[in-house]
Design a protein around this ligand. Structure first.
Ligand SMILES: Cc1cc2nc3c(=O)[nH]c(=O)nc-3n(C[C@H](O)[C@H](O)[C@H](O)COP(=O)(O)OP(=O)(O)OC[C@H]3O[C@@H](n4cnc5c(N)ncnc54)[C@H](O)[C@@H]3O)c2cc1C
Length: 374
């Protein structure tokens, strides 16, 4: 197995975790990342119980928990700021580990990059694949600097607008605009926000997520007509407007939104590439294969799970095709559940007649299903 070599295109969450898993299996790995230097978004991300379980299997859970904020409940509020419910999340990683954590993306990136480098993966910045040619024994790549590489498997871990997908899966569907956008803004954490808060009933869905003892981020899902960009200078005022109907902690939060550089606004797209996600010696993982809206906070989670499963299958010494077929069997339905359920939750958010209790029930049931082993 030590003679196998894998080239991973994309050094995001999926690419780096796959590099770690493959190196643990003794497989040689190159990661090609097109950015010339790392640029990681300055907002937070939730790592749910199943996501932490996948990180635990890679030996990374302690480092992630140490630099994050843990909790085991989500609290649900109405627009007046009154609590209307709570969702207890399954504690899948033992009584000493919170059910879920939220972490700054940069902190997660630092943990993953350090582990990938330490594992012996070769991480090459400012580089991508230009073309490829495969036969039954290997795949030859031409890289964007004109050099050539040969390997046993090329992995597309290059995100929603994957170039590997465009080259190898020209018939794959295009990402679908969902009619929703997400706003995010990081600010100081008031002590009362010690777990995720969600508010329903004001036309949008705002929430608060603590990422460290000092800070938290606001997220707000808004129904939109088009994916057009918004004027930079007006971003804080536009976000404050969306929060107007909300009282309680969100009243205070609204006043903190002043700096356009801290506003992250993005229309949301969704994609599920039909199975199989492999063609010969090329396979897709993470957002390149399945991009979900963040309604279950699980997009990175299923990306990390993909990498655990793919590394396990490749470590079995099975022929590449059998390993990829097993990867597909173990991943498709679970990823479909996340993508489809998140889309449904988004559709419900556009309809003010759907009560918050329906959302809470579906989220609770889906988390229970996702607690099953992968
Ligand atoms: C608003 C929002 C909130 C979210 N919140 C959560 C959450 O709370 N919890 C959760 O689990 N998930 C969340 N997600 C989803 C999560 O961010 C993604 O699922 C995850 O980042 C996917 O990782 P990836 O590595 O597959 O793709 P990406 O993160 O997109 O990484 C792709 C990498 O490939 C590189 N690349 C791109 N093209 C090329 C190329 N041609 N050649 C070489 N390199 C290339 C990019 O520079 C990047 O480094 C959220 C997503 C959004 C949009």
């Amino acid at each position: 197995m030590a003679s196998r070599k894998v080239i991973i295109v994309g050094g995001g969450i999926a690419g780096l975790t796959l590099a770690i898993g493959l190196r643990q299996a003794g497989i040689a790995v190159d990661v090609l990342e097109e950015q010339p230097s790392w640029r990681v978004l300055g907002v937070g991300i939730s790592l749910t119980g199943p996501t932490l379980r996948a990180l635990r299997s890679l030996g990374l859970i302690d480092q992630c928990v140490a630099v994050s904020f843990g909790y085991s409940q989500m609290l649900v509020f109405d627009r007046e700021g009154a609590q209307t419910g709570a969702i207890d999340m399954p504690r899948l990683n033992g009584p000493d580990c919170p059910a879920q954590v939220a972490i700054e993306r940069r902190a997660l990136h630092d943990v993953l990059l350090a582990a990938a480098e330490q594992s012996g993966a070769r991480i090459r910045l400012g580089l991508s694949v230009r073309s490829y040619c495969q036969d039954k024994d290997s795949i030859a790549l031409e890289l964007t600097d004109g050099s050539h590489e040969r390997c046993d498997l090329m992995v597309g871990a290059d995100g929603l607008h994957s170039k590997v997908r465009a080259m190898a899966f020209p018939d794959a569907p295009a990402p679908r605009f969902t009619g929703l956008a997400v706003w995010r803004y990081t600010m100081a954490r008031p002590p009362a926000v010690d777990c995720m808060h969600l508010a329903y009933g004001g036309g949008n869905k705002p929430g608060l997520n603590p990422v460290s003892p000092q800070s938290m981020f606001l997220f707000l899902v808004q129904k939109i007509e088009s994916g057009a960009r918004l004027p930079y200078e007006q971003l804080p005022a536009l976000l404050r407007d969306q929060l107007t109907p909300y009282k309680g902690t969100l009243d205070w939060v609204r006043e903190q939104i002043v700096d356009p550089a801290l506003v992250d606004y993005r229309p949301m797209e969704s994609l599920l590439v039909p199975a199989p996600w492999y063609r010969g010696r090329i396979v897709l993982i993470g957002d390149a294969a399945h991009t979900t809206t963040p309604h279950l906070a699980t997009g990175a989670g299923i990306a990390i799970e993909d990498t655990v499963v793919l590394a396990e299958e490749l470590a079995n010494d099975a022929p590449i095709e059998a390993a990829l077929a097993n990867y597909m069997k173990r991943r498709f339905e679970r990823c479909r559940l996340v993508v489809d359920t998140a889309l449904l939750l988004g559709e419900w958010e556009k309809d003010p007649t759907i009560p918050a209790s329906n959302h809470v029930k579906l989220i609770r049931e889906t988390y229970a299903t996702l607690a099953a082993p992968i």
